[in-house]
Design a protein around this ligand. Structure first.
Ligand SMILES: C[S@@+](CC[C@H](N)C(=O)[O-])C[C@H]1O[C@@H](n2cnc3c(N)ncnc32)[C@H](O)[C@@H]1O
Length: 234
């Protein structure tokens, strides 16, 4: 790992460890309060399936996975949940127990870069605010191709990716290095996604300017970002 990557990875890890130590799944006034709207909209699309295979890359504590497992607990369903943080997978497993879906949720402590996605193995692959933390632009593009290849016919890919992220100290307004491993210009990211998934059906696409504060090594960072949402069907 080069210095930049080590620095970003460390601060990204600490920021999430701090949040996950403090907050629980579905806590009110937390970003973990409920699954994102795009995922909530997707859930009914699998209602006629007898078997469902889902992959959640950078799953965190299961905000988007647990409710899929709950919805489809009466069919053959597995939700593979990958995150590099032990605390995320511990809390995911706790919640899976609490919501009666331990048999369905499969927590995997691993960097996304190292998780091999086999060809035609999933009906849904989602990565919500996660792929921008892959270690380089090259492995980001490689992982997108693996995702493209890993979805079965009619399967869905659901991505939300931060782009053009600007980070400042929330108090002093001092500009800081954005702690995102892959921080692409918005348009470049959109073109890349359209190219990799060129013959897929677009179910939803858009860019939302968002700003929020996050803990960063003992202080608070303010983030301005363009979140690219991209949902496509094979
Ligand atoms: C912003 S959170 C989003 C979590 C979840 N997708 C959600 O929507 O609630 C990003 C997550 O990605 C994980 N993460 C960051 N870099 C990763 C990597 N290279 N491999 C696996 N997980 C990673 C973090 O630990 C964190 O849990």
């Amino acid at each position: 790992m080069n210095d930049r990557l080590t620095r970003i990875r460390e601060s990204e890890k600490n920021s999430h460890i701090e949040t996950y130590s403090r907050e629980n799944l579905y806590d009110k006034n937390s970003w973990l309060q409920k699954p994102i709207k795009t995922v909530r909209e997707l859930i009914p699309l699998f209602s006629n399936y007898k078997e469902l295979r889902v992959l959640d890359l950078g799953c965190g504590i299961g905000r988007n996975s647990i409710c899929i497992a709950e919805t489809y607990q009466n069919i053959t369903c597995t939700v593979d949940c990958v995150d590099l943080l032990e605390i995320a997978i511990e809390k995911l497993n706790q919640s899976a127990k609490e919501y009666g879906v331990s048999e369905i949720i499969n927590g995997i402590i691993k960097p996304i870069e190292e998780y091999e996605i086999r060809q035609d193995s999933y009906d849904l692959i989602m990565a919500i605010s996660a792929l921008e933390h892959i270690d380089s632009e090259e492995s980001f593009i490689r992982k997108l191709s693996e995702i493209e290849n890993g979805v079965r016919e009619n399967g869905i890919v659901c991505l939300a990716i931060n782009s053009n992220v600007r980070e400042t100290n929330a108090k002093t307004k001092e500009p800081l290095e954005a702690q995102f491993e892959v921080n692409l210009p918005t348009e470049k990211l959109q073109l890349l996604l359209e190219d990799i998934f060129s013959d897929w059906r677009i179910l939803k696409t858009g860019v939302a300017a968002q700003e929020y504060d996050i803990p960063r090594n003992g202080s608070i960072s303010h983030l301005d970002t363009n979140v690219v949402t991209f949902v496509v069907q094979k």
